[in-house]
Design a protein around this ligand. Structure first.
Ligand code: HSE
Length: 433
């Protein structure tokens, strides 16, 4: 017999959980109509402290429970939404829900990046589904396109601005010419930086999101620890000044490429040409460019975080899960490729920007060029500004032709040992999109 009511259990009453609970109750009629059955928010699993939050007063107290057994064994709950974030205990809750044959919807990037493929297969073995559209890019559709709409393609590459906090900081540094610390403070005052800003600034948040997208795009297990990453805290106002002079923007990009059965995955600041779409994605906005061999380049862009945008993706997943409940659809899990392998970062080839502080005397440029040449690094252009008369030093910026990470690392070590090189201020990859 077809179900007339689908029961929802929600874990978490934080900013996102509260918003999702509101959408599920305030839009119950519209959502029920779309689902083809009455959608009923039956229980919200909370911590005792959640009940003191102002948002808690918007709901009938009987909805709340702090009792895990009561929540997970409620036979009238068909779909469990996990919105507490972090790896533990969220992972255990998701596992327990799937074990109890509940469909699961989550926005948890850390759990999905670390355990998503296993959880998808576990869900399939239990005859239920696991949806996680909101785990990457808030409300921007990315997971469903990668799992369905783009499936006929061999995905060649993903280039993504997938962390709003860092994109906000880089935008401020670029437009206002301010230093990193000041831009970070502004992001914190505006509430963009998460409780632990390190995850954003060091690129870890983007690593989780890239691991999820690359695993789905390439049908290959890309673990967070496989992804090379650099953060943005070493960037200086001077780098932005030179980038502009040379016709580039600086962005933190998450990059995943697939060619010749090799996979390249990395998150780091890059110079990209200022006339590209991604160079003009500013503030907290996210944008993901996916290159498929049939579809060509498609770009998804919008607000990558925030309660409203995230509730849009979570609720769409709930509707997908409702369809599975009503049709008893069996989720298929994921078949991973065993033919592919990861390219080590040392072998990855890009162009480079190098900013060096050098002694301004004869033969210095020649000795730097010699070291680069010995490591097979070819110079494409050099800028030298006026000498600082007091210190007798000058700043030079070198743009190179493509070189491997390994040869650049080795050359840098050697340059650092030259007496005439006072300081290697920054080395940033240049990406041609
Ligand atoms: N901290 C993330 C960002 C939002 O700044 O984009 C949540 O994924």
């Amino acid at each position: 017999m077809t179900k007339s009511t689908i029961g929802i259990g929600l874990i978490g009453l934080g900013v996102i959980g509260g918003q999702v609970a509101k959408v599920l109750t305030e839009r119950a009629d519209m959502l029920s109509q779309q689902a083809g059955a009455k959608i009923e928010l039956r229980k919200i699993k909370v911590l005792p402290a959640d009940m003191d939050k102002p948002i808690a007063r918007s709901f009938n107290e009987s909805l709340f429970t702090t009792d895990d057994d009561e929540f997970f064994s409620d036979p009238d709950i068909d779909i469990i939404i996990e919105l507490i974030g972090g790896e533990k205990p969220a992972y255990n809750y998701i596992k327990r829900a799937l074990d109890g044959r509940k469909h699961v919807v989550t926005a948890n990037k850390e759990v999905i990046a670390k355990h998503g493929l296993d959880l998808m297969n576990f869900a399939a073995s239990q005859g239920v589904s696991l949806y996680f559209e909101a785990s990457v890019g808030g409300g921007i559709p990315l997971i469903n396109p990668l799992q369905q709409d783009l499936r006929a393609n061999n995905i060649k590459g993903i280039h993504a601005i997938i962390n709003g906090t860092t994109n906000y900081i880089l935008t401020r540094m670029s437009i206002d010419g301010i230093d990193f610390d000041i831009a970070l403070k502004q992001a914190q005052i505006l509430g963009y930086a998460e409780a632990n800003p390190n995850n954003d600034i060091e690129g870890i948040d983007a690593v989780y999101k890239l691991a999820i997208m690359a695993s789905l795009a390439f049908q290959y297990r890309v673990k967070p620890e496989d992804i090379y990453h650099e953060g943005i805290s070493n960037l200086d106002a001077r780098d932005f000044k030179y980038a502009k002079e040379l016709g580039y923007a600086i962005k933190l990009l998450a990059i995943a490429l697939q060619y010749d059965n090799m996979i390249e995955v990395r998150v780091h600041p890059v110079f990209i040409r200022e006339n590209t779409f991604l160079a003009n994605v500013n503030g907290v906005f996210n944008a993901v460019s996916i290159d498929g061999d049939l579809v060509g380049h498609v770009i998804f862009s919008g607000e990558g975080a925030g309660p409203k945008a995230t509730s849009s993706a979570v609720t769409a997943d709930v509707l997908r899960a409702c369809k599975d409940v009503l049709t008893s659809a069996i989720s298929k899990g994921i078949n991973l490729s065993t033919q592919k392998s990861l390219k080590p970062i040392s072998q990855i080839t890009t162009r480079y920007y190098m900013r060096l502080n050098i002694l301004d005397s004869s033969g210095v440029l020649a000795s730097i060029a010699r070291v680069l040449g010995q490591h097979d690094i070819s110079i494409s252009s050099v800028i030298q500004k006026e000498t600082d008369d007091l210190s007798k030093t000058a700043e030079i910026v070198i743009m190179t032709h493509p070189a491997t990470s390994q040869s650049v690392d080795e050359a840098i070590k050697e340059l650092d040992n030259l007496d005439v090189v006072k300081k290697i201020d920054n080395i940033i990859r240049v990406e041609e999109l």
